[in-house]
Ligand binder design. Structure first.
Ligand code: ADP
Ligand code: MG
Length: 266
């Protein structure tokens, strides 16, 4: 690590076994991961390989069975406003408007209402929802709800944004729009992001680095830089650099899926 690179998140020997019959379920084998300032890391892996488990431990929603996770050098011991989360299923408070949802964490921090609303409106505008401040979640499309969840996470100015298949429930076109929106926000604000997906195109298009996980018990299999410049545009998905990396990742994932199905040696 160079002197100008700053570790935001570090996982060292992090493993997770869920208790149960026969010694329990090993969801994650000892895993090391380093996320530096302004990284956009995607974690790519087949279903059930422990991606959500890893992210939930970083979020402080689950405790590792072994190893250590630190954020800015401090051990993670529970959830905190320094980690902003966006999950696949809509996590907005249904009884609160868009504005109140986005203000939620700011209110918890004890900011004056005028300041909460000024910050919230800025992020609502960033995700293209100006004019919808007083709508309730059920009045919004799935994409708009996820944009609200993104605005809410960003409004708290977290050290790291944790996203678990955030666009997984959206139709293809909406999903591509959301990818471009998140990328443009990242290019603007240079946030640090850890993003879980099982979609290879999404993993490449969004990331500065793609981390591939093997099937259960999960472990990190490879960690590849994405050689695409910024700003990114969807047309880059057909460039040779994109296609080469896609071919490599497709093969890595295919082997893992075969292994899980008992069609390839472990
Ligand atoms: P992914 O997000 O990659 O699809 P998960 O992290 O959700 O995978 O799950 C990894 C493995 O751990 C799976 O085999 C799953 O069944 C198991 N698992 C996840 N959560 C629990 C839990 N709370 N109790 C027992 N097993 C779990
Ligand atoms: Mg998952």
């Amino acid at each position: 690590m160079g002197p100008d690179l700053k570790a935001v998140l570090q996982a060292t020997g992090v493993a997770k076994t869920f208790p149960g019959a026969g010694g329990g379920t090993v969801a994650l084998q000892a895993t090391d991961l380093l996320v530096q300032e302004n990284d956009f890391i995607t974690i790519l892996g087949p279903s059930g390989c422990g991606k959500s488990t890893l992210l939930r431990m970083v979020a402080g929603l689950d405790t590792p069975s072994a190893g250590l996770i630190t954020l800015d050098g401090q051990p993670v011991s529970g959830p905190g406003p320094d980690r902003g989360m966006v999950f696949q299923s809509y996590t907005l408070f249904p009884w609160l408007t868009v504005l109140r949802n986005v203000c939620f964490g700011l209110r918890e921090k004890g900011l004056p209402v005028a300041e909460q609303e000024a910050i919230a409106r800025r992020f609502i505008a960033k995700v293209g929802l100006s004019g919808f401040e007083h709508h309730y979640p059920k009045q919004l499309s799935g994409g708009m709800q996820q944009r609200t969840a993104l605005a809410r996470a960003l409004a708290n100015n977290p050290r790291i944004l944790l996203m678990d298949e955030p666009f997984g429930a959206l139709d293809h076109q909406t999903r591509e729009l959301m990818q471009e929106l998140l990328l443009s926000i990242w290019e603007d604000e240079r946030k640090t992001v850890l993003f879980v997906t099982h979609d290879i195109d999404e993993a490449i298009f969004m990331a500065s680095r793609v981390v591939v996980m093997s099937t259960r018990p999960g472990r990190i299999k490879c960690d590849l830089p994405v050689p695409l410049p910024h700003p990114r545009h969807y047309a880059m998905k057909t460039t040779p650099a994109f296609m080469d990396l896609k071919a490599r990742l497709t093969e890595e994932i295919r082997v893992e899926v075969q292994r899980a199905a008992g069609l390839a040696p472990a």
